[in-house]
Design a protein around this ligand. Structure first.
Ligand code: TYD
Length: 144
């Protein structure tokens, strides 16, 4: 069943979430808080930038990690596969983010020249949390 909490669909493991924006005549302020667009505590922040045209990133899944991907500048696409299906998202608005939970294979591609992908993550970097081979991911999905 698909349930809605705040502005999120919580039964899927990859979905778009709209972040809270406070606009006034001086511009816009976007705020992200635990349980208001962010369903986890932030333990790590990193960002991708200066990605050469035509270069793909990602191509892995995680066992436990939850992430929120935010197109702080420019645009890029994310193809995501999980037991809830496959979907390609185009991220281009700084207040429209993509949540990716555990067990989601993701590929990031089609970065615009000025793209910055900010990632908020629920865990510190841990290579043992990665599934880096597609065959291993397919096995993981069968056993899930
Ligand atoms: P990688 O996982 O290949 O990046 P992406 O999936 O975004 O294409 O990571 C590139 C390198 O950076 C790799 O050697 C692991 C390292 N790394 C860290 O040390 N800490 C981190 O938080 C991340 C995300 C990567």
């Amino acid at each position: 069943m698909v349930k809605k909490a705040h502005n999120m669909i919580v039964s899927e493991d990859h979905f778009i979430t709209k972040l809270h924006v406070i606009p006034d005549e001086r511009g816009k302020l976007c705020v992200i808080e635990r349980d208001k667009g962010l369903p986890f505590d932030i333990r790590r922040v990193y960002y991708l930038y200066d990605v050469p045209a035509g270069t793909d990133r990602g191509s892995h899944a995680h066992l436990q990690l939850q992430q929120l991907l935010i197109p702080i500048s420019g645009s890029f696409s994310v193809r995501a596969w999980s037991r809830y299906g496959e979907r390609t998202y185009r991220l281009y608005e700084p207040n429209v983010a993509l949540y990716i939970g555990p067990g989601v294979w993701r590929e990031l591609m089609e970065f615009s020249s000025n793209a910055v992908c900010l990632v908020l993550a629920s865990m510190e970097y841990d290579e043992t949390d990665y599934i880096r081979s597609r065959e291993e991911f397919d096995r993981h999905m069968k056993n899930a």
